[in-house]
Design a protein around this ligand. Structure first.
Ligand SMILES: [Zn+2]
Length: 234
């Protein structure tokens, strides 16, 4: 295995939507040469007014601590998008570079949807790496552009030495039951056409890359069956 390749994937539940028991999650990827890449950061410490459907659990800082990491140990924060349940603790990672799709970052600047947690994601531009479309971040870690839920949403493909390829769909496909070519959108996404196209793009990717594990963004039933930190996928 190459030293800089991906070695481990940790799953962390940091909060919940109590009404439906929907998990709010983030992920940590570790490489053989000791790099720590966080994927999303979960809910803000104080949930903004009007977003009472969310509830904090053991937050990302505590979860990282449980596997021996401090916020300053995080080298990169992959930001899938700036919704409050995904980017709520970004500002805690003061040594990290943030990686986000340019289309998303540009849209967020003038979109009230992301205003409440703007202090989290609106970091100095020198610390943000804007990417355009599908991007290999490092060996074994690929960003997959999946607009629809929001413009410039990204999913993540992780190649592990033993588990093989794992796809994190994030909110492109929050629930396993939606992972079909005939997906009907219930109207929860602003762009139904793009949502459908991104779903098909991910289904094609799973076929082409023989992906054995697809982890959906907010799927309670699936989540219960997965390994969570301090356990990991290797
Ligand atoms: Zn979400």
């Amino acid at each position: 295995m190459r030293q800089n390749a991906v070695k481990r994937l940790y799953l962390m539940q940091v909060g919940i939507m109590p009404e439906y028991q929907i998990p709010i999650v983030c992920y940590l990827v570790q490489t053989g040469d000791g790099k720590n890449i966080l994927i999303d950061s979960g809910l803000p410490e104080v949930i903004p007014e009007g977003e009472s459907e969310f509830e904090n659990g053991r937050d990302v800082i505590e979860q990282l601590l449980s596997i021996g990491l401090k916020p300053d140990d995080i080298d990169t924060v992959v930001s899938t998008h700036y919704d409050g349940d995904h980017a709520g603790r970004h500002a805690a990672f003061t040594k990290a570079q943030y990686v986000v799709q340019r289309a998303h970052h540009s849209d967020a600047a003038s979109n009230p949807r992301y205003a409440a947690i703007r202090p989290q994601w609106d970091q100095p531009i020198g610390r943000i790496r804007l990417v355009d479309g599908d991007t290999e971040l490092l060996p074994g870690l690929e960003l997959i552009e999946t607009s629809g839920h929001v413009p410039g949403h990204q999913s993540v493909l992780v190649r592990l030495p033993e588990t093989g390829a794992v796809l994190l769909t994030i909110d492109a496909v929050p629930f396993g039951e939606d992972f079909t070519r005939g997906r009907q959108d219930g109207g929860s996404n602003p762009d139904a056409e793009a949502t459908r196209a991104s779903t098909i793009k991910l289904l094609d990717l799973v076929e082409r890359e023989h992906i054995g594990l697809v982890i959906f963004g907010h799927d309670k039933e699936q989540w219960e069956t997965l390994k969570k930190a301090p356990e990991f996928y290797g």
